[in-house]
Design a protein around this ligand. Structure first.
Ligand code: FRU
Length: 529
């Protein structure tokens, strides 16, 4: 070989090596990005964009969860319903798209009911059909529409005579439908979003709807929207014999943590009209974090179970399109059991992760009647994975009034990075502080601390925290205050520690469990019929 050819071959070889190394790196990086923030125990789509949960229903032994979904990309658009099913609220199997955009009509948020008596006539051969009631969105027009399934939700047929409700309005959406047994009819709650009103309709057959009443704006003028209503009765746990109705609404913007948020009213429903008991139209927030929106709850949960189980989109319209994940964008909260509790301030919603999540617990570390120093030493003594459950009962000792007190847990710490979850005695709040969580998403007001007011119970503070790869859910004071926030920490920041300024609290009890990933999105391998 001539020296010239040798040199040329050498140059070619170098170029090839460089390019293959480069390709390898890119591939590895894409893989890392895909999995870095992929939640271990929260539902996320295998690929593409999701927003609001919709159509949540329990039927034939399975929980069905649909989401606003773009089958074509990881940005909002071409709204359709994705579909996932679960036997246990933990392992989810993603199924093909249930309802797709068609002829310029996108499928916006709505609900699904099991039409047990086949009032709609959609059932074949004595079947109780599943019926979806959704908003059809086309240019300048939102209407309410039906689709049905006679094969347990596997395939759906749009009703030929759609729409079933058309007020010729641009902002008329998100129907939530349920069977009102005392009146033997269906009820729909649907939002006139920009007017801050919901309308209540009834129907014998899901096809013809009669207007009964409306509710709103009930003081909600500082927020741009009311959307995604969810409406249900719940017993008040500490007031035997009392049941109240809860009306939840997404407010679009201007929530307590900036951006999207969910407010609720507690009151009575006589089958026609909802009467709120929130004093002076006081705004009650369901969650004080930035990432809890468009909450819905399962219909059809058997009376033998009796739980009201809610799921929210764990996201915020302020930055949803910018989340640093690929090839998927969007996830939902863990399923939460809702109860009502009478407090000194009035009746309040209380939230707890569903008990099924306990099946993910692996290693268990505990402390009883320990000092803050003991706690710090224990946390420093081992490595922690990125998926944890922390449950602490802390006794706040009396401190001189001037000694401001702040304490809590520092999650995913590394260098000056970390997410603080703690208590601030100056304001009497618990908080999630993601100001220094990471650098990947710093615009749109992402890097903030989010506070929720709490009252200590005889000096006790309970912090119950779920940490997944890209989220923190805090249930404080047994779920009376919750804060839900996304986080995007650096992958190698994995230290868990505890901090305190002023007088630290006593650790009455602390339990930490590492949590395993239940393979949430792709086929779970569970025997689904
Ligand atoms: C709320 C919302 C709903 C609407 C859907 C569209 O997040 O704006 O009101 O149905 O998203 O994707």
């Amino acid at each position: 070989m001539s020296p010239v050819v040798k040199i040329l071959s050498f140059v070619c070889l170098c170029a090839w090596l460089l390019s293959s190394e480069c390709t390898g790196r890119v591939a590895a990086q894409t893989l890392a990005n895909a999995n870095l923030y992929r939640p271990a125990f929260h539902l996320s789509p295998e690929k593409n964009w999701i927003n609001d949960p919709a159509g949540m229903v329990y039927a034939d032994g399975k929980f069905h969860l649909f989401n606003q979904y773009n089958p074509q990309s990881d940005q909002w658009g071409h709204m359709s319903w994705s579909h996932a099913v679960s036997l246990d609220l933990i392992h989810w199997q993603e199924l093909p798209v249930a309802l797709a955009e068609e002829n310029g009509v996108a499928i916006f948020t709505g609900s699904v009911v099991v039409d047990a008596a086949n009032s709609s006539g959609f059932g074949v051969k004595g079947n109780s059909p599943m019926v979806a009631i959704y908003t059809g969105n086309s240019a300048g027009l939102q209407t309410q529409n039906l689709a049905y399934s006679n094969d347990h939700g596997s395939t759906w047929t749009k009703y030929a005579a759609n729409p079933v409700l058309d007020l010729h309005l641009e902002n008329f959406r998100d129907p939530m439908v349920f069977w009102f047994a005392p009146g033997k009819h269906w009820v729909m709650v649907v939002s006139l979003a920009t007017q801050h009103k919901v309308i209540f309709y009834n129907s014998p057959d899901l096809k013809t709807w009669t207007r009964m009443s409306e509710f709103g704006p009930a003081g909600a003028n500082a927020v741009p929207n009311w959307e995604c209503p969810n409406f249900f009765p719940l017993p008040v746990v500490n007031q035997a014999g009392t049941t109240k109705w809860v009306l939840e609404l997404g407010v679009g913007d201007n929530g307590p943590a900036a951006g999207s948020a969910t407010q609720y009213f507690v009151g009575d429903f006589d089958g026609k009209t909802f009467h709120s008991e929130n004093p002076d139209n006081q705004t009650l927030w369901m969650d004080y974090g930035a990432d809890f929106y468009a909450a819905q709850s399962f219909s059809g949960v058997p009376a033998s179970d009796g739980r009201r189980i809610a799921v929210a989109w764990m996201d915020n319209w302020n930055y949803a399109s910018k989340l640093p994940t690929s090839p998927w964008r969007g996830q939902v909260t863990v399923p939460r059991e809702l109860t009502l509790q009478r407090t000194s301030a009035g009746i309040r919603l209380v939230q707890a992760p569903v008990r099924e999540l306990e099946s993910l617990r692996q290693e268990h570390v505990q402390l009883r009647n320990a000092s803050w120093k003991d706690l710090q030493a224990m946390l420093a003594s081992r490595d922690w994975p990125q998926t944890l459950e922390i449950d602490a009962d802390l006794q706040v000792e009396n401190t001189p009034a001037e000694a401001a007190q702040e304490f809590g847990f520092l999650l995913r710490k590394g260098g000056s990075y970390g997410t603080r979850v703690g208590f601030d005695s100056t304001w009497n709040t618990v908080y999630v502080d993601r100001m220094h969580s990471g650098d990947l998403l710093v615009s749109q007001g992402f890097n903030q601390r989010h506070d929720a007011p709490v009252e200590l119970a005889n000096g006790h503070l309970r912090l119950h925290i779920l940490l997944d790869r890209s989220s923190v859910e805090l249930f404080a004071q047994n779920g009376l205050a919750t804060i839900t926030d996304l986080i995007y920490p650096r992958p190698f920041d994995n230290v868990l520690s505890a901090y305190a300024t002023g007088h630290p609290p006593k650790v009455v009890s602390l339990d930490i469990w590492t949590l395993k990933a239940p393979s949430t999105t792709q086929s779970s391998g569970l025997p689904l019929r």
